[in-house]
Design a binder for this molecule. Structure first.
Ligand code: SF4
Length: 457
């Protein structure tokens, strides 16, 4: 879960535009943020732990001058939470200096690390992203060839933006597992994880970066390379559709909000219930709750109010307050008292949050709490950039649906079928990764898949 952004513009304040691009991508990672600029080939980067608005000030942005900029918001998958793993990563290599922002996760990082070590190349961070930068930076071939050769060596999920030799590079893995699109502001080019970032900076959507394609942008225009053959129909992450992407983004031509409303409508068809109110778990459950309410005629209610300012970096409360736990984030309205409520969320991963919300609604006087989930049970881990935790932490991995219902304490529980979810995305099954819902992985699964596999013991 990361967001990437890139821009080339000789006349605009590229760091400021990257800042706003990252602002639109904040939902993809709240752990760290960074921007790197290239000024006639000289790269300067600033990256810190925290939200985009916490990391950058006017003064810091003014210090980032150049014609090109890339930016990154991070949520860790491979590599732990500390500054060295914040991005963009800058790697000074034998052939060139490369700044890189990566969304995704490599499944052959251990092999790549060995290959780099054999060549005497040291990588300083524990994330797999620096290996991509290092492979390009130490390749003596011309930049296009170095990028193409690097892409051919990588396995797993990668949507990247990079700066090298005063060129902006955007590339995507052969399965297109994570989104990446191109846009234009006047004559200038922009790359971003999601179309919502293009909208915010006033760029028009041009197209998605193709699977296995590298796009190099400089003063002479755009060069496109099919660096690796596209793999079958692709494997765009279905989690992007129901959870990760912002609802105002378009993924593979599909508006995410509409897809989520369809998921809610289908959920209503598949698992109707007698109830008085439909409540979303905000904000992720909201579009599906709209769909559920429309399809059933049960009134939609805001029922649960979310505190939107609880970031990942907030100060941990003391024990007494921690027991209030979920109230840091949600508080129910009095109107739920005496009502039969249907709570809609996009997914259940660990089950703890859902369990606490169900308890909170009963405490607030709800007479029945029915839970409806707009995706199927999550039964396997993700190796491609979404931190779903290990299988033994996934509540549905080894439990029946009835056992999950009993664990969360709901009056009833239903999940959307895999078929219903897929149809709601309007993308064929052959173009999607659904592996955490089916355990049918599109790549070789890494042997040592633990998140912290490169951490010093
Ligand atoms: S395993 Fe799940 S979360 Fe990971 S890429 Fe596939 S669908 Fe997405």
């Amino acid at each position: 879960m990361c967001g990437v952004f890139g821009i080339r513009s000789p006349d605009r304040d590229v760091a400021r535009i990257a800042y706003f691009g990252l602002f639109a991508l904040q939902h993809r990672g709240q752990e760290s943020a960074g921007i790197a600029v290239s000024d006639r080939g000289r790269i300067t980067a600033l990256r810190e732990m925290g939200l985009v608005a916490q990391v950058f000030s006017e003064e810091k942005l003014r210090g980032l001058r150049g014609e090109l900029a890339i930016g990154h918001t991070r949520y860790s998958t491979t590599g732990s939470t500390h500054w060295a793993n914040a991005q963009p990563i800058v790697h000074n290599g034998r052939a060139r200096t490369v700044a890189l922002g990566h969304n995704g996760n490599l499944t052959n990082a251990a092999e790549l690390r060995e290959e780099l070590a054999e060549r005497g190349v040291r990588v300083h961070s524990t994330s797999d992203s620096e290996m991509i930068a290092a492979l390009i930076a130490h390749d003596d071939a011309p930049l296009e060839e170095a990028v193409a050769r690097t892409i051919a060596k990588l396995d797993g999920a990668f949507s990247c933006v990079a700066l090298a030799e005063n060129r902006l590079i955007a590339f995507r893995d052969p399965r297109g597992m994570r989104p990446l699109c191109l846009g234009r502001i006047g004559d200038d080019w922009v790359a971003a994880s999601e179309t919502c970032a293009l909208d915010l900076v006033g760029a028009d959507f041009v197209r998605e970066v193709n699977r296995g394609e590298a796009v190099l942008i400089d003063g002479d225009g755009v060069t496109s390379l099919q660096a690796a053959p596209a793999d079958g129909g692709g494997a765009l992450c279905i989690f992007e559709f129901f959870y990760l992407a912002r609802p105002d983004s378009r993924l593979a031509g599909v508006e995410v909000h509409s897809a989520r409303v369809r998921m809610g409508e289908r959920l209503a068809e598949e698992s109707p219930v007698e109830a008085d109110l439909v409540l979303p778990i905000p904000d992720s459950g909201t579009p599906a709750a709209i769909g559920f309410s429309r399809a059933t005629g049960i009134p939609f209610s805001e029922g649960l109010i979310k505190n939107r300012y609880v970031g990942r970096t907030f100060i941990q409360p003391e024990q007494g307050l921690r027991e209030q736990g979920i109230r840091l984030k949600f508080n129910p309205l009095a109107e739920v008292a005496g009502q039969r409520v249907v709570v809609i969320d996009d997914s259940i991963v660990h089950g703890n949050t859902t369990r606490q919300i169900v308890r909170m609604l009963f405490d607030a006087g709800a007479s029945e709490v029915h839970v409806r989930i707009s995706s199927p049970p999550v039964i396997g881990p993700c190796f491609y950039g979404i931190d779903l935790a290990d299988e033994d932490e996934l509540v549905a991995a080894r439990r029946s649906i009835e056992a999950v219902r009993s664990y969360i304490g709901a009056s009833s529980l239903h999940y959307l079928s895999l078929e219903g979810l897929t149809e709601a995305t309007r993308r064929p099954e052959s173009e999607l990764c659904r592996a955490c819902l089916t355990r049918d992985y599109p790549t070789r699964v890494p042997v040592e898949a633990a998140k912290l596999r490169f951490e010093p013991v």
